[in-house]
Design a protein around this ligand. Structure first.
Ligand code: PLP
Length: 399
């Protein structure tokens, strides 16, 4: 029998989905499950988005569209990113895809040959490793433990870029930690990057509208505009607009990279469907009250989560300031038992928590930090307090 390609031996399904599947199965068995596991925003886009989709459906041409993205979508995205200081781009700098994940995959495939250096901080969003492995890149992890607030330092970046990786991928605000780099921190990292001209810089900033405490969103190009030649900014409708299933992602960067992604599209997807395009344009150009209100709600939920985590002796959680995740170091529980079940590591912890209390979290090892776990706090508001209480009880019952 013929074999699959060698790269499929390196490809893995997402570890996050495995936990979500187990929680789903327990729910189907009638268990009362509160899910802190999956990173979906849990709200719907405004009626104007549905109206635009319906209107497009009514006059659907049924034809192929532009590989890069419809002009109306490119223009709406250009206007959207101007609001976060990403100015001076034109349609030629933009490309779209079926969600940011697809755009990241395409950009990586366009930039990385087999064996090329692919550097990014740990904890990382799981797909970075999976994409790097499929492409057979030389993955270079830059450890950012809780002791340094999960943030990369300029000295670490300097050492990493001195090895001339082909691509450095940076995620801000972060999934899984919720960390947001300050203006000063981004400026200091940008000063390091300009000294290392051989590396492409990918900024996965899909949570750029989900920032709390007035920290603001900052990008390297704000401080060092000369970096526009090699910074590729990634964005998505999924989280900001409550549209993860509509699958719309974007990049803004050098024309050569946008053209390469467009070429990839012409060989993979051809185009984003016309109806989805109309909905995406309406989301970007329409009223922004839902994203604004949701951001305020997430900030309040963050406060609730942090109050609970801070009350547990030995649990350390650098304070998240964006997205909708908290990433506590729960290693104080390792070596203890719950209900006679020994907890040796993060996976044991998450399994015991799910089985005993019906609370689903994702083990930190899925993100390269086995001392932690990820809490995604997008559940409906009435579920948050009981979920947090169960988490707290679980800790209190450890022996
Ligand atoms: N980048 C990060 C950091 C994410 O957390 C996610 C989704 O969870 C993505 C990219 C992918 O988003 P999309 O739904 O646009 O593919």
């Amino acid at each position: 029998m013929p074999q699959l390609a060698r790269r499929m031996g390196r490809a893995k399904p997402s570890a996050i989905m495995l936990v979500a599947e187990k929680a789903k199965q327990l729910k189907a068995e009638g268990r009362d499950i509160i899910s802190f596991s999956i990173g979906v925003p849990n709200f719907l886009p405004g009626e104007h988005v549905y109206a635009a989709a319906r209107e497009a459906l009514a006059k659907d041409s049924g034809q192929y569209g532009s590989n890069r993205g419809a002009d109306a979508l490119l223009d709406a995205f250009l206007k959207h990113i101007e609001q976060v200081g990403m100015t001076g781009y034109t349609r030629a700098n933009i490309a779209t895809g079926i969600g940011a994940k697809h755009v990241i995959y395409n950009v990586c495939e366009a930039l990385l040959d087999e064996g090329d250096g692919f550097a990014f901080p740990t904890p990382y969003w799981t797909s970075y490793v999976d994409i790097g492995e499929i492409l057979n890149a030389d993955i270079q992890l830059l450890p950012c433990p809780p002791e340094q607030n999960y943030k990369l330092t300029p000295a670490q970046l300097d050492a990493a870029l001195a090895k001339k990786p082909k691509v450095f991928l940076f995620n801000n605000p972060s999934n899984p930690t919720g960390m947001v780099y300050t203006r000063e921190e981004i400026a200091a990292l940008a000063d390091v990057i300009v000294k290392h001209p051989d590396t492409w810089i990918l900024t996965d900033d899909i949570y750029n509208r989900m920032v709390f405490d007035g920290v603001g969103y900052h990008n390297f190009v704000h401080f060092r505009p000369e970096l526009r030649d090699r910074v590729i900014f990634l964005d998505s409708l999924s989280k900001t607009y409550g549209m993860p299933g509509w699958r719309v992602g974007f990049m803004a960067g050098p024309e050569s990279v946008a053209k390469a992604v467009t070429t990839m599209n012409s060989n993979h997807i051809t185009n984003i469907p016309e109806i989805v395009t109309a909905a995406a344009v309406a989301a970007l150009n329409g009223p922004q009250d839902i994203p604004t209100q949701k951001n305020a709600e997430f900030q309040a939920k963050r406060d609730q989560v942090m109050a609970m985590l801070n009350s547990i002796p030995g649990v350390v959680c650098p304070r998240p300031q964006g997205a909708f995740y908290a990433f506590p170091d729960i290693s104080v529980a390792f070596g203890k038992s719950h209900d006679g079940k020994k907890i040796e590591n993060d996976v044991d912890f998450c399994n015991a928590l799910l089985e005993a209390k019906g609370v689903a979290c994702v083990p930190g090892s899925a993100f390269g930090e086995p001392r932690a776990l990820r809490i995604s706090y997008t559940c409906p508001t009435p579920q948050l307090a009981p979920g947090l209480q169960r988490f707290q009880e679980f800790f209190a019952e450890l022996k």
